[in-house]
Design a protein around this ligand. Sequence first.
Ligand code: NAD
Length: 249
Amino acid sequence: MLEGKTAIVTGGTRGIGYAIVETFVEQGANVALCGSRTETADAALAKLVESGVDAENVMAIAPDLTSPESLAASFAQVVERFGRLDILVNNAGISSRTPLADYSAEEFQSVMNLNLNGTFLASQAAVKIFREQGDGGCILNTSSMVSKYAQSSGCAYPVSKFAVNGLTLALARELAPENIRVNAVAPGITRTDMVDALPEEMIKPLIASIPLGRMGEPQDIANAFLFLASDMASYVSGQVLGVDGLARS
Ligand code: NAD
């Protein structure tokens, strides 16, 4: 489904991002996975190659997602290695559980910096390349079900994901005339380190409330990204696709 395409996946070292990388490579893409540090990105790359992925089709980069210069330099490396860029997946993200009264301005800002500003800046860097190539492109953002329902503490996290949805729709409108599609996937609770970090008493009732009766697997989410990245979704833009087992809150 992605033969001949090149993708960059931020937060590609583990969890949902790693599943997206595996799935995209399996479907014929060349993929650059991003980690927050060179060591974690290289370790994820080594794990992929060990699992049988051809080293020719993958590379690891570690841009600072809050720095336009760092993003431009890393994305240029990807174009140099694979010849072009077709798909950007803005998946890196951090969560937050802090109650309102305990938030510092810095903590609130740090969530927004990665989840929103990182998505904005990486999109800007990718669009510059798409424009030079002149034949369209695809941006996919990882939102969350908290962008519909919020959560009972840690307001920075849902606020950042509401904003990611807004950015998705705004950029979809702005970039459609250049055949650049912009969509988001909003996962429900998915089995990753992010969820493992939450207390059992919080997770259990949430899973019990999911009508499809189970937690999401990273592959469930990666499948939605695959569809939106592929030419099967060539007339889809500005959408936030919920993949959450019909979760309510
Ligand atoms: P995870 O913690 O397993 O992975 C997070 C990824 O983000 C890692 O690859 C990490 O390297 C990267 N990252 C974290 N801080 C970074 C930084 N400062 N700079 C660059 N990269 C950084 O989490 P996950 O569950 O796989 O989350 C991936 C995305 O899915 C996030 O955007 C998250 O908000 C979203 N999401 C997760 C769930 C869930 O239940 N797991 C639900 C909804 C949405």
